[in-house]
Design a binder for this molecule. Structure first.
Ligand SMILES: NC(=O)c1ccc[n+]([C@@H]2O[C@H](COP(=O)([O-])OP(=O)(O)OC[C@H]3O[C@@H](n4cnc5c(N)ncnc54)[C@H](O)[C@@H]3O)[C@@H](O)[C@H]2O)c1
Length: 261
């Protein structure tokens, strides 16, 4: 299938690892040039090198989404190296595994800065150009925890719920300008972020209890497996494609049937 993406430019924020990297690779295979931005300069550079090794034109850029000046500089660097941003994927995030009553305002602050202000900063910097050019595809990663709640992820879920509201509202404002915004909402996906959380649980629970947890998690998924980054990247590719030009302000859960909100 021709997704109508060849020759276009994608910016993947938080694209050095996990879902962002898988989406960057998939879009690159469709003939897009790809900028990989990440808070870790080495990871961003390594991500771009891995794409280049796969024959994809790519650049790696260090940027912290919590800093609007950094974000503006990131957009200018992408435009200088690859041209205007046609497709933006916001994948940067942090995760905290904590009961709400054990969390502090400092925890909430860090979470909201990365997971809510981050997408706001990036949208604010990238949208003027898209609106002016009359074309743009924006995909933000949320989480089903934002739709149905999840113990130990309360303020992460709250930040992601904010992103959903942001995307739906901005989609109404810029739809007439040829810009679509949508959400991909993954279930548990086998990435560095999830692996770090699982390692922490294994250490605190012990091997036997953790093995029982793994089995009970799998039972919650009608498909009896957790996701792989490419499962989620395929949804990103669809929402970036010409085939999705009449889809905006929507949430696409890619979750093996974990919840059906
Ligand atoms: N993996 C899952 O199970 C899962 C489930 C639901 C939702 N999600 C969402 O999907 C997206 C991708 O998750 P992932 O599992 O691939 O995560 P990941 O940790 O593998 O990737 C996130 C990337 O964001 C970068 N990042 C963190 N803070 C940043 C900042 N301030 N500025 C720039 N970059 C920053 C990290 O360095 C990392 O490379 C996230 O938005 C996450 O919330 C993931």
């Amino acid at each position: 299938m021709d997704y109508g993406l060849a020759g276009k430019t994608a910016l993947v924020v938080g694209g050095a690892t996990g879902i962002g990297f898988a989406a960057a690779r998939l879009m690159g295979r469709e003939g897009m040039q790809v900028a990989v931005a990440d808070i870790h300069a080495d990871s961003a550079r390594r991500g771009a090198e891995r794409l280049a090794e796969a024959g994809i034109k790519a650049v790696g850029i260090r940027a912290d989404v919590t800093d609007l000046d950094d974000v503006k500089s990131m957009i200018a660097q992408v435009e200088g190296a690859l041209g205007p941003v046609d497709v933006l994927l916001n994948s940067a995030a942090v995760l905290d595994d904590k009961l709400f009553l054990e969390s502090s305002p400092q925890d909430w602050d860090r979470m909201l800065k990365v997971c809510l202000y981050g997408p706001m900063n990036v949208l604010h910097a990238v949208l003027p150009g898209m609106v002016q050019r009359g074309f743009g595809r924006i995909i933000c990663m949320a989480s089903d925890s934002a739709r149905v709640g999840q113990a130990r992820l309360s303020y992460y879920a709250a930040a992601k719920a904010g992103v959903i509201a942001l995307v739906k509202s901005v989609a109404q404002e810029v739809g007439p300008n040829g810009v679509t915004l949508n959400i991909v909402s993954p279930g548990a996906t086998n990435t560095e972020m999830r692996q770090a959380r699982e390692e922490g649980m294994k250490a605190s629970m012990g091997d036997e209890k953790y093995a029982r947890r793994v089995q009970s998690v799998l039972k919650m998924y009608p498909t009896r497996r957790i996701g792989e980054p490419d499962d989620i990247a395929s949804a990103v590719l669809y929402l970036a494609s010409a085939q999705a030009s009449w889809v905006t302000g929507q949430i696409l859960s890619v979750n093996g049937g974990f919840v059906m909100p």
